[in-house]
Write a protein of this length. Structure first.
Ligand code: ADP
Ligand code: MG
Ligand code: ZN
Length: 563
C-alpha cells in the first residue's frame, strides 16, 4: 500500500467510525486516539493483516481491544505471559468489557465454559486471551476455533509481543514458532501482530513464521523526546559506581521513583544491600525470589512505598508505572533492543526522566561469555557496546538507526550527553600497533590473552621479561580500556572463546582488520571527550573527574567519578 492510500485510514468516515468513537469515550473512557491508533484500528477493521510497532506504554492494546468491542463474535489474543493476561482481564473487567482467558492454570469448569462460549451466539465475551502453549498443545481449543471460524465468530487474531516468534528478536519463545497454524487454518481472519521492539529483519522473520503473506507495517517513532540519555564510565575494579549511583539517587533523584538494572541475581542482592546501607529505600527483584516476595516488591514500588527496585531483567514485561524518573543500568544490557526496552520504563508520563548506563570494560566480557551460545549474541552485544563507546553520534541517533528509523538531527534537542559536550578526534594508530604487537607476541608463544592480560601487558604490569619486548603505555587504565574497546568494535581485534565444563573464557585475538596496520599509510581515529570543556554533567563530583582525566593524554567519553 502506498503512503497516499494509507492516509485514507486516518479518516473517520468508515461505517464503523461512529461506533468506535462512542466506545472509545464510553467504554474505554478515553478522550482521543494517540498517534497511529486510529490508522491501525481502521486497517484492522478493514480486514487487513497488520504489524504494529510502537514503543511500550503507547497504547498498542487498544488497537485490538476497541475493534473487538465493535465487531461480531470474539477476538483471539495470544499473549506470552499469564501475568500480562491477568492485568488486561482486570482492566477490561473494570471498564465493563467481557473478556476471558485460557492458560495452564485455568480450571476444568472454566475451560469448559470458555470453549462452549466460543461457538455460542448468545455468549457475551469479546476477547479471548490464550498463551501460545494452548494453541500449540490443545487440540480441543483448535477444534473449537475452527467451529467458531466456520460460524463467522472469530473476528480477529492479535499476537501480542509478536517479536517472540523470531530467534533474532530479544525474547524468543519456542511456542510462538508454531503460531503459523492460525493463519493457515483461518486465512480470512485479519491478524494483528504487536511489538515494541522489532527491526525490519525480525519483522520479516515473524511474517514468515506467522504465514501472513503481505502485512502492512505501521511503525511509531522510537524517539522518546522526554528521556535524557547518558553513559558514564565504570571502573570495573572498584565500588565507585555504587557510590556514584547512591549519590545520584540521594541528591538528584531525591524522593523520586526509579529502577537500577543489574547483571545477575547476586548483583541484585548486593547492590540493593549496598544502597540500603547508604540509607536508600531499595529492594532487590529477580527471578529466583518467591512469587509473593516479587509481587510485594512490585506492589510497594508501584505505590511509592519503595523508592528503588534493584532488578535483573526479570523485572520487565507488565511493569507499567508512569512516574519513573530514572532508570540506571549498573551494567550494560546485552543488546540495544534490551536497553531501549529497559530504559524505556522511565518517563511514561511524558515528563522528563533520565536513562543512565554505567559502562565498564570487564562487563563487556562478562556478558559476552554469557551470550556466547545465542545466535548473533555477540553481534547484538556489540551494538550495545557501540552505543556506549562511540561519542561521534548522538545516542538517540544510534537507537533510531538500530530500529531502521530515518534520523533527523533535530530530534535530540541536546537530550543526550553526546549532544551536550565537545569532542576531539585523536589518532590512535600507534596505540593500535602496540596492542597488535602484544597479541602477536603472545601468539608466537602460543599463549592466549584475556582482555585483562592485554590491558596489564600494555600498561607494563606484565611479566618483566615480556615488558622488554613490547611498547608499553603511560595512558590511564580507562583510556587503555577505551582504546581496546574501540579496536574491538572496529574489527582490529576479535573475540576468541574457550570452553571448560565450568566456565567460558574470553580471549582477545587479532581481528580481520589487523593486517591493515602493516600498511604505513593506514590510520585509525577515535573521537573522545575534550578536557575541561564539559557542559552540564550529571555527576556531583565532576571536578574530581576532570582532574583525573587531565592527567592522561587523551580523554574518553562519559564522566567517571574517581576520587
Ligand atoms: P503497550 O501495549 O503499547 O505497551 P498499553 O496498551 O498497555 O501499551 O497501554 C499503556 C497505557 O496507555 C494504558 O494505561 C492505556 O490505558 C493508556 N492508553 C492507551 N491509549 C490511550 C489513549 N488514546 N489516550 C490515553 N491513554 C491511553
Ligand atoms: Mg502491550
Ligand atoms: Zn543527542
Amino acid at each position: 500500500m502506498t503512503k497516499q492510500e494509507l492516509l485514507r485510514y486516518e479518516n473517520e468516515d468508515f461505517s464503523w467510525s461512529t461506533e468506535l468513537e462512542q466506545n472509545l469515550k464510553n467504554a474505554f473512557q478515553l478522550s482521543k486516539f494517540r498517534p497511529l491508533q486510529l490508522k491501525a484500528i481502521n486497517l484492522s477493521m478493514s480486514g487487513k493483516d497488520l504489524f504494529l510497532v510502537m514503543p511500550t506504554g503507547r497504547g498498542k492494546s487498544l488497537c485490538y481491544q476497541l475493534p473487538a468491542v465493535c465487531s461480531e463474535g470474539f477476538t483471539l489474543i495470544v499473549t506470552p505471559l499469564v501475568s500480562l493476561m491477568e492485568d488486561q482481564l482486570m482492566y477490561l473487567k473494570s471498564i465493563g468489557v467481557e473478556a476471558v482467558s485460557l492458560n495452564a492454570s485455568s480450571s476444568k469448569e472454566h475451560a469448559k465454559m470458555v470453549l462452549a462460549g466460543m461457538t455460542d451466539t448468545k455468549s457475551l465475551f469479546k476477547l479471548l486471551y490464550v498463551t501460545p502453549e494452548k494453541i500449540a498443545k490443545s487440540k480441543l481449543l483448535m477444534s473449537r476455533l475452527e467451529k467458531a471460524y466456520n460460524a463467522g465468530r472469530l473476528s480477529r487474531i492479535a499476537v501480542d509481543e509478536v517479536h517472540c516468534c523470531s530467534q533474532w528478536g530479544h525474547d524468543f519463545r519456542p511456542d510462538y514458532k508454531l503460531l503459523g497454524i492460525l493463519k493457515r487454518q483461518f486465512p480470512k481472519v485479519p491478524l494483528l501482530g504487536l511489538t515494541a521492539t522489532a527491526t525490519s529483519s525480525v519483522l520479516k522473520d515473524c511474517q514468515k513464521i506467522l504465514c501472513v503473506p503481505e502485512p502492512i507495517t505501521l511503525t511509531a517513532s522510537f524517539n522518546r523526546t522526554n528521556l535524557y540519555y547518558e553513559v558514564l564510565l565504570k571502573d570495573s575494579n572498584s565500588d565507585d559506581s555504587i557510590r556514584d549511583i547512591s549519590a545520584l539517587i540521594k541528591e538528584r533523584y531525591k524522593d523520586q521513583s526509579g529502577i537500577v538494572y543489574v547483571f545477575s541475581q547476586k548483583d541484585a542482592e548486593t547492590v540493593s544491600a549496598d544502597l540500603q546501607k547508604k540509607g536508600i529505600n531499595a529492594y532487590p527483584y529477580h527471578a529466583n525470589m518467591n512469587p509473593e516476595d516479587k509481587s510485594r516488591v512490585h506492589r510497594k514500588w508501584a505505590n511509592n512505598k519503595i523508592q528503588v527496585v534493584v532488578a535483573t531483567v526479570a523485572f520487565g514485561m507488565g511493569i507499567d508505572k508512569s512516574d519513573v524518573r530514572f532508570v540506571i543500568h549498573h551494567t550494560i544490557s546485552k543488546s540495544i533492543e534490551n536497553y531501549y526496552q529497559e530504559s524505556g520504563r522511565a518517563g511514561r508520563d511524558d515528563k522528563p526522566a533520565d536513562c543512565i548506563v554505567y559502562f565498564g570494560f570487564n562487563d563487556i566480557f562478562r556478558i559476552s561469555t554469557m551470550v556466547v551460545m545465542e545466535n548473533v549474541g555477540q553481534q547484538k552485544l556489540l551494538t550495545m557496546v557501540d552505543y556506549c563507546q562511540n561519542v561521534d553520534r548522538c545516542r538517540r541517533s544510534v537507537i533510531a538507526v538500530h530500529f531502521d528509523e530515518v534520523w533527523d538531527n533535530e530530534g535530540c534537542n541536546k537530550m543526550c550527553d553526546v549532544c551536550r559536550r565537545d569532542y576531539i578526534t585523536v589518532d590512535i594508530t600507534q596505540h593500535a600497533k602496540d596492542v597488535v604487537q602484544i597479541l602477536e607476541l603472545a601468539g608466537s608463544l602460543d599463549e592466549k590473552l584475556t582482555p585483562l592480560k592485554v590491558t596489564e601487558a600494555w600498561m607494563g604490569k606484565g611479566p618483566a621479561k615480556r615488558r622488554k619486548m613490547i611498547q608499553t603505555t603511560t595512558l590511564s587504565r580507562l583510556e587503555v580500556e577505551a582504546i581496546i574497546t574501540s579496536l574491538l568494535l572496529q574489527g582490529y581485534l576479535g573475540e576468541d572463546f574457550s570452553f571448560t565444563p565450568y566456565t567460558t573464557y574470553f580471549y582477545l585475538k587479532l581481528g580481520r582488520k589487523a593486517p591493515m596496520l602493516k600498511n604505513q599509510s593506514h590510520s585509525i581515529a577515535m573521537k573522545m571527550r575534550r578536557t575541561g570543556l564539559e557542559a552540564n554533567t550529571v555527576s556531583t563530583t565532576q571536578q574530581t573527574v576532570q582532574k583525573s582525566f587531565r592527567k592522561g593524554m587523551i580523554h574518553v567519553s562519559g564522566s567517571h567519578v574517581n576520587s
